[in-house]
Design a binder for this molecule. Structure first.
Ligand code: PLP
Length: 466
């Protein structure tokens, strides 16, 4: 049996790891994982780690979930993949139908891809092209929100505002308008999160007033800006964006790649901004024009992403002229295995009452975190949205190189956890229970203590985020 050290040596010699300064990789060698079960990952020496970030936010029901695996084994023996141009298959059709139903029919057209960034590219292209097909070819600009993250291909990076990912490539990127973030942490004395949201929305209104004739779409991460460090905002921001986009004829793209699939407490985060007690037509009109989904949709098993769009967008492409169609494609578009995994994920939501169960279990973890939440003078902005918990360690306590030090200390306490800058966050799989939650909270608090007890390490190195 190979040991951790052997795999680490071979990995560093042959792999280029994502989001990693490889010169630094030897100091933080990758953990060689050989098996996953529930929230646990096991390394080559049998040590276990709790996957506190759901493997970059993709895993929903734990590793090697038996029901998703069984669905995949069946699909594997039947139809693993077929191209989606000129052919179709049940997993893709059923997935599109079931997601459309979850939007009450508001977003009834699904376009598939494999990675989140590709879905963002598709939504941007679709928006521009839909306006162009409708005779509004001047609408070629995009608006994005400060601290937003939408992926790292060139188009997605152009609407992303996370310096470490973006700055080196800035000369290559499309110019996009940036508007202020509604991040509730910016509240001034006496202000609420809704006040911050109103200020951020006013900035969008001013921009639209001046420029809407040239703007195709605004893209936003609803409720939680993930990669910026779990920056959370008031739902009134989303309501204001919907109203402004409707009034000024601008598409609203909700990037739910991280926040979709129950992460914020509802299946889609956008649902929380819908009006209640109104007509079906009013409710339908309150959805975004596009939703991008990826990450959790296939339960952490296979790459899958998709863009949901409205009848209105879809209709803008219907024409005898081929070139007015949306001709975008990827080789593995609508991969049958990935779609089948997603169907198994939706089955879970329907059969296990996942959202209600999460709501109850989230209370247990929140209660277990109270020592940090209530009265730890080293901590600021403790916050939660659905199944996402985050807090910031005050700069004067965090010291240099905090994220890397916390991550390494976490490994010693059976935690796989990666802070973003000074923000420690938990985004666990939906398998928390009365035993795991107190244990997890305890380990996080103990890890924090370990890190803050250390003498300040190398202050000059800037660790990567995410
Ligand atoms: C992760 C993420 C993406 C990019 O998805 P990839 O699969 O990594 O390309 C886009 N938007 C948001 C909000 C994300 O969290």
């Amino acid at each position: 049996m190979s040991t951790n050290a052997e795999w680490q040596r071979r990995s560093l010699a042959s792999l280029w790891h994502p989001c990693t300064q490889m010169q630094r990789a030897a100091a933080v060698p990758p953990l060689p994982m050989v098996r996953g079960q529930g929230p646990w990952l096991f390394d080559a020496e049998g040590k276990r780690y709790f996957d506190a970030l759901s493997s970059w936010w993709v895993n929903l029901f734990g590793h090697a979930d038996a029901r998703i695996a069984a669905a995949l084994k069946d699909q594997l023996d039947t139809l693993p993949h077929v191209m989606l141009a000129g052919c179709t298959h049940a997993p893709a059709v059923e997935l599109a139908e079931r997601l459309a139903a979850r939007t009450g029919g508001a977003l009834g057209h699904a376009f598939f891809a494999s990675d989140g960034a590709s879905a963002v590219e598709i939504a941007l292209k679709m928006s521009f092209h839909a306006w162009r097909n409708r005779g509004l070819a001047d609408k070629q600009e995009f608006v994005c929100v400060r601290q937003g993250y939408h992926g790292e291909t060139l188009g997605a990076l152009a609407v992303t505002d996370v310096k470490v990912f973006r700055d080196a490539y800035d000369p290559l990127l499309l110019r996009a308008h940036q508007v202020g973030s509604p991040d509730a942490r910016q509240a001034r004395a006496g202000e609420t999160a809704a006040d911050v949201a109103a200020r951020a929305a006013a900035e969008v209104e001013a921009l639209f007033q001046e420029r809407a004739g040239r703007i195709a779409a605004l893209i936003v991460e609803p409720l939680v800006q993930g990669a910026a460090g779990m920056a959370m905002h008031d739902v009134s921001y989303l309501k204001a964006l919907r109203a402004l986009c409707t009034r000024f004829n601008v598409h609203l793209i909700a990037d739910e790649i991280a926040v979709g699939c129950g992460r914020t407490g509802s299946f889609f985060a956008s649902e929380q901004a819908l009006p209640v007690g109104t007509s079906d037509a009013d409710r339908r009109a309150a959805w975004p024009d596009f939703i991008t989904l990826s990450k959790g949709i296939s339960g952490g098993f296979l790459p899958l992403s998709l863009v949901l769009s409205t009848d209105e967008v879809y209709a803008a492409f219907l024409d005898e002229d081929v070139a007015r169609g949306f001709l975008h494609s990827h080789s593995y578009t609508g991969n049958a295995l990935a779609c089948r995994a997603a169907l198994a994920v939706l089955d879970r939501f329907e059969q296990d009452d996942v959202l209600a169960r999460n709501a109850a279990q989230a209370e247990v973890l929140t209660a277990s975190l109270q020592p940090l939440w209530q009265n730890d003078p080293r901590v600021e902005h403790p916050r939660r949205c659905g199944m996402i918990w985050a807090f910031d360690v005050k700069a004067e306590h965090a010291g240099g190189n905090f994220a890397e030090r916390f991550h390494l200390a976490g490994r010693q306490r059976e935690l796989l956890i990666r802070p973003i800058g000074r923000t420690v966050y938990l985004m666990p799989p939906y398998v928390l229970d009365e035993t795991l939650s107190p244990w997890l909270a305890q380990q996080v608090m103990a890890t924090l203590q370990d890190v803050l007890d250390q003498p300040d390490a190398d202050r000059t190195h800037q660790p990567p985020t995410a």
